[in-house]
Design a protein around this ligand. Structure first.
Ligand code: FAD
Ligand code: UDP
Length: 399
């Protein structure tokens, strides 16, 4: 076997970026081992049987405020201008609070994050305007407020708004996604989708937003296309690695170069302290013989339906393909580690972080081992955060 300077496990954003930098900036020979039969990790995209460009592991929209990350990726892709917008689709409120004569059938919609226009959809134009002004007056120095913060407001009218948003946006969606209420999960999770004190209906407000013009997979192929990089697909690195006292062996020989591991931390150490809890997703893809299924990229089903959201990829990718479209429903459930299940979301809380800490402490005993990425660090990172961390690790390794 060729002599490699560095070993990278996983070819998602974490692994690909660090491998690319070690090879290009550092002139290192890098071996990348990837368990799946493709690069890209969870950002992988491909054409489906109908020729529609889909994201196999859930919808990925790029957004960042980090100029370095945006400029780094722009070396490998052009961008399609795209600002993600989401609407909630929910049944009309026919609870007992609604007078009999005023009950209506059907469904209604409002922008998510819940904003000043959502307020009008929910409460009617005039009342919505008045309540919106009330919120603006209550939080004069803020452009947004989290649902948990809003619920702590003692003003009875604001508390009623908070209850409405909690019930119609957060509690049922969060129960579907996490099996727990918004109060029970990490507050940073619901804070990702605040209540907006403006009419801005974009899902993200970052300075740089868009989709890779040709898709994510070609972006990964370009990053990894370098004479110093060898990528082996369909390889479970853990079958070739051995972690002994302070040493890492690859194919039975001590490997002294940096080992960048982007898989699950618990799996790396044979689950010796127990399994780290995750949520996984089932994806329901449907291809339909029509131009478009829904008006926007993603529609959240915030109150009913067993799935959390439906994404229609053509809105994201801009693919021009009349007469056919593919949509995807997301069903969340507890990760059990059964074959084929993928751990998509770490369940961040004190107990789980402490368990992760045991694995991190064990990893720290190996001087040349680096845990990097959403799985290996047991964090809820977006793509841009992972790219930033991979660039920073490359900076450190290259001195
Ligand atoms: P991954 O992409 O998970 O890559 C890890 C790779 O390591 C995998 O390919 C895996 O097969 C491989 N691996 C693991 N163990 C081994 C082993 N033993 N041997 C060999 N290979 C191994 N972020 C955004 O910024 N915008 C979005 O819109 C967005 N949407 C998302 C939607 C969903 C449903 C999910 C789940 C995530 C979303 N993300 C989004 C987050 C994004 O997916 C992650 O930030 C990013 O993929 C993390 O990259 P990574 O390299 O750390 O991990
Ligand atoms: N959330 C919600 N209702 C929504 C959208 C989001 O309750 O309509 C909550 C839910 O708990 C979710 C979290 O906010 O898990 C973060 O949402 P985001 O869209 O950022 O999740 P991701 O795209 O990472 O799955």
């Amino acid at each position: 076997m060729k002599n490699y300077d560095a070993l990278v496990i996983g070819a998602g954003f974490a692994g690909a970026v660090v491998a690319g930098e070690l090879a290009r900036r550092g002139g290192k020979n890098v071996l990348v081992l990837e368990r799946r039969d493709h690069v890209g990790g969870n950002a992988y995209d491909r054409l489906d049987e109908a020729g529609v460009l889909i994201h196999k592991y859930g919808p990925h929209i790029f957004h960042t405020n980090d100029k370095r990350v945006f400029e780094y990726l722009s070396q490998y892709t052009q961008w399609r201008r795209y600002q993600h917008r989401v609407i909630a689709n929910l049944p009309r409120d026919n609870s007992e609070a609604v007078p009999a004569g005023k009950k209506t059938d059907g469904r209604f919609f409002f922008p998510v994050p819940f904003n000043l226009d959502s307020m009008k959809n929910a409460f009617g134009a005039e009342e919505g305007e008045r309540l919106g002004q009330k919120l603006l007056d209550a939080y004069p120095a803020q452009s947004q407020v989290t649902i948990l913060e809003l619920r702590r407001n003692p003003d009875p009218e604001i508390a009623a708004i908070a209850d409405y948003v909690y019930e119609h946006v957060f509690v049922h969606y969060t129960m579907k996604q996490w099996g727990q209420t918004p109060e029970e999960i990490d507050p940073n999770t619901t804070a990702r989708v605040p209540v907006r004190l403006s009419r801005d209906d974009r899902y993200f407000q970052d300075a740089y937003q868009g989709m890779p013009l040709e898709g994510y997979t070609p972006l990964f192929e370009k990053i990894l296309d370098h004479p110093n990089i060898t990528v082996e697909l369909g390889v479970d690195a853990l079958k070739r690695l051995e972690l002994t006292e302070g040493d890492i062996k690859l194919d039975g020989k001590i490997f002294n170069g940096p080992v960048i591991y982007t898989g699950q931390a618990d799996e790396l150490f044979s689950f010796r302290f127990g399994s780290l809890p995750y949520r996984t997703l089932d994806f329901g893809f449907e291809t339909l013989a029509q131009d478009f299924f829904q008006p926007q990229g993603t529609v959240n089903y915030t109150v009913d339906e067993p799935y959390t959201r439906i994404t229609e990829f053509k809105h994201l990718t801009g693919q021009n393909k009349p007469g056919v479209t593919t949509i995807m429903k997301e069903f969340s459930k507890a990760y059990t580690g059964a074959p084929g299940e993928i751990p998509y979301y770490a369940i961040i809380n004190g107990e789980n972080n402490a368990l992760y800490g045991q694995y991190a402490a064990l990893a720290a005993k190996y001087e040349n081992l680096h845990l990097l990425g959403r799985l290996a660090e047991y964090k809820y990172y977006n793509m841009d955060a992972i790219v930033a961390r991979a660039l920073a690790l490359a900076d450190t390794l290259l001195g």
